[in-house]
Design a protein around this ligand. Structure first.
Ligand SMILES: *Cc1c(COP(=O)(O)O)cnc(C)c1O
Length: 403
């Protein structure tokens, strides 16, 4: 049974006030709030068994290693990876993408082609541009439609035997639109191209199955799915992770070192140089457990309700335009005619309402709509219909004050 009042008590921050008003947190697309169980896991680590992993013979080190590796298995099960060592723990989505992009620097040749979607986050554009500069590969872009969906016909036309890699987000962070990743993956594989799906914005809403998707690489950040910042994951098919060279050299990622030659450790350690975010990794595992306990069906039901109600109520405001109307998660990106999104965001903050304003690290999308940015309200399962009412009332007030 989904009990919203009980759920909200799991998140202590939701009790705080901002400018004397109850906090209405609608910036979940930037980072989610942290439930008490995850906070407890962090405190337990530092108060109980803080130690470096994979090297100590002493008890604390063994305990920390066991918990860290347990977290990897929780994450493996969550994403249904075949092997736990196909889950690389990273500092987040950006780090995960860079591991793959930099690895392909040793594999791609001049004239090879990379396809990205027009809906990408900057972290899924810039590393590929750097890769193209380094290798002479060419970047192609799947254009978007007015409703925020991708022009899939154009995607199929872009694919050819020179295509080596395709990168697309599962859900767009700027608009919340859900992309047809099954079709993208299937079509790329027909040409022997590899596919990386950026799941940073999808994982708070959807439980992806990497084997069913048959995806080559899948990446996500813990902090958007109730975990802490500075930790995330890279899933890769075993043979592909073996094919890529290591990203960083250092401790943990080697088997033997002499000044003549170093041999690398096997998976996952080959990609985990240096002391990792041990506490963060453990807390990531706890966050995944927490989300599964709430249940992804219950999450979807609550979020669909919030999205439908908020869309309906906001659309009643004259001069308000919503960007991205195709099938999407609980994100509403909008503008009020003639008013800068930043000004709306500042007034909402004074009323205790946290939203994001700006280009959302997706400037090409803003250029497409010829706007400087949007106001983005991103809802999650712990938000309520009353909070939607507070948002709508505040937007009306902002409109009155600014026009
Ligand atoms: C947040 C986000 C990223 C970047 O995640 P980091 O945790 O900052 O590395 C990448 N892609 C999408 C779609 C995102 O929403």
């Amino acid at each position: 049974m989904f009990d919203i009042n009980k759920i909200r008590t799991d998140f202590p921050i939701l009790n705080r006030k901002v400018h004397g008003k109850p906090l209405v947190y609608l910036d979940n697309g930037a980072t989610s709030q942290t439930p008490q169980v995850v906070i407890d896991a962090i405190v337990d680590y530092y108060t109980g068994y803080n130690a470096n992993i994979h090297r100590g013979v002493h008890t604390l080190s063994q305990e920390a290693t066991d918990k860290y590796e347990e977290a990897r298995i929780k994450i493996q099960k969550h994403f249904n990876a075949k092997q736990s060592y196909e889950i690389i723990l990273t500092s987040g989505t950006t780090h995960s993408i860079n591991i793959v992009a930099s690895g392909f620097g040793a594999i791609l040749k001049e004239g090879d082609e990379i396809i990205v979607s027009a809906l990408e986050h900057h972290s899924n554009i810039v590393p590929w541009q750097m890769l193209c500069e380094k290798t002479g590969a060419v970047l192609k872009v799947i254009p978007m439609n007015e409703d925020g969906s991708l022009q899939m016909g154009m995607y199929h036309e872009l694919l050819n035997n020179k295509t080596k890699l395709v990168f697309c987000n599962h859900v767009s962070n700027a608009l919340g639109v859900i992309n047809p990743v099954e079709e993208i993956i299937h079509a790329a594989h027909k040409f022997g191209a590899y596919v990386l799906i950026d799941g940073a914005q999808a994982c708070p809403h959807i439980k992806p199955d990497v084997q069913e998707l048959d995806v080559d690489f899948y990446v996500a950040s813990a902090h958007k799915m109730c975990g802490p910042t500075g930790v995330g994951m890279l899933y890769g098919k075993e043979e592909l992770l073996n094919m890529l060279p290591p990203y960083q050299g250092g401790g943990e990622m080697i088997e033997t070192v002499t000044f003549e030659k170093t041999t690398y450790a096997g998976l996952p350690h080959k990609f985990e140089a240096g002391t990792p975010n041990i506490c963060g990794g453990i807390a990531f595992g706890v966050a995944v457990d927490y989300m599964n306990e709430v249940g992804f069906d219950a999450i979807a039901t609550q979020e669909d309700k919030l999205l439908a109600y908020a869309t309906n109520e906001l659309e009643k405001i004259e001069g308000l335009k919503i960007y991205g109307t195709s099938r999407k998660t609980s994100v509403i990106s909008f503008n009020l005619e003639g008013i800068h999104p930043y000004d709306i965001g500042a007034i909402l903050d004074k009323l205790g309402i946290a939203v994001r304003t700006g280009h959302h690290c997706a400037q090409p999308i803003m250029d497409f709509f010829c706007i400087p940015g949007t106001v983005r309200a991103s809802f999650t399962f712990y938000n309520t219909l009353e909070e939607v009412d507070a948002l709508v009332a505040a937007v009306k007030k902002a409109k009155m004050m600014l026009s």
